[in-house]
Write a protein that binds this ligand. Structure first.
Ligand code: R5P
Length: 304
């Protein structure tokens, strides 16, 4: 342990409904166990929260990935955070690996809610002292810390995803491609790790589930392409990108993403578009969450 490492033995780890499995893995990596909680519904649909653990004067880590049912899971986070504060917790450290609402960070059309601003405000106001997230979508801001008044750590899963690909897939003449300009940050990390070059496509979003990707000259013919992005939601982005890469003669398209939301039948459509395999992390539990972000989170918590 470095002198400045956080004394993890004094932490309490709580998993919300959106992060129970991950909380167990993170606790195990830290040599701890997950605190006992009861989370259920009253017959009328309201959430019931009970913390069966003494958290007084403790630093409490709440792990809650805000996926698929974002409103419910966010509200549950507020209840847990407020309860542990009320029970005397010293500091609440939020681990929100998938941070919902990050994409609605601006008023794109008149009258729209800037949802991200509301969500960050509520997270702070409920008493969160510090926040960890993984590949938080932040296309229009430089740093996640620009969005909050509390300390924020935006971790990236790109090295873990790349390591998984390196260990499990023999890539021939590899090249890494990001489906849009913003994905350059992950494509460049992955390319360095596998010793390949990288490129990005040009994307225009036409609607929530419709994107247009401009074909451009790409040196992918007869090469294995690692196509990497932060989120696969409807799959629209990855489907269009995969089709373009295949049309340009890519030998195989291996898809990797941090957050496999996989709304509706996104996964089937990506395979239909020609992808060989799709790999994601457990920030969002899914059939393709082959990579766990628990070591990333545990290390970051340990370093403080
Ligand atoms: C957007 O810029 C993100 O990086 C992803 O490309 C996007 O969220 C993926 O969404 P979908 O799968 O619905 O195209």
């Amino acid at each position: 342990m470095k002198a400045e490492d956080r004394p993890v033995s004094e932490l309490k780890i709580i998993g919300g409904s959106g992060g129970r499995a991950l909380a167990t893995l993170v606790a195990r990596d830290l040599g701890l166990r997950v605190s006992q909680t009861e989370i259920k519904r009253f017959p009328d649909g309201e959430k019931y929260i009970r913390i069966n653990e003494d958290v007084a004067d403790q630093d409490v880590v709440i792990i809650q990935s805000i996926h698929h049912e974002p409103d419910e899971l966010l509200f549950e986070y507020f209840l847990i955070c407020d309860t542990v504060k009320d029970l005397g917790a010293k500091r609440v450290i939020a681990v929100l690996p998938y941070f919902a609402y990050a994409r609605q960070d601006s008023r794109f059309n008149p009258g729209e809610a800037v949802s991200l601003r509301t969500v960050t405000k509520l997270i702070e106001d409920v008493g969160t002292a510090e926040l960890y997230s993984v590949d938080m979508h932040q296309h229009r801001v430089e740093r996640a810390s620009d969005l909050f008044r509390i300390p924020v750590h935006n971790l990236t899963a790109a090295p873990l995803l790349t390591q998984y690909v390196k260990s499990n897939i023999l890539l021939e003449k590899p090249v890494v491609v990001g489906p849009d300009e913003e994905s350059e940050q992950w494509a460049s990390v992955a390319a360095r790790a596998i010793g390949a070059d990288h490129d990005v496509l040009e994307k225009k979003r036409l609607g929530a589930d419709k994107v247009e990707i401009t074909p451009r000259s790409l040196a992918v013919r007869d090469r294995d392409v690692l196509l990497i992005d932060d989120i696969i939601s409807t799959g629209g982005t990855i489907i269009e990108a995969t089709k373009i890469l295949k049309n340009h003669g890519a030998r195989r398209v291996i898809v990797a993403c941090t957050h496999p939301i996989l709304a509706q039948d996104a996964l089937a459509k990506i395979y239909e578009a020609g992808a060989e395999i799709v790999i994601g992390t457990d920030t969002v539990p899914s059939p393709i969450s082959y990579v766990s972000v628990s070591p990333l989170i545990a290390d970051a918590i340990r370093r403080g």
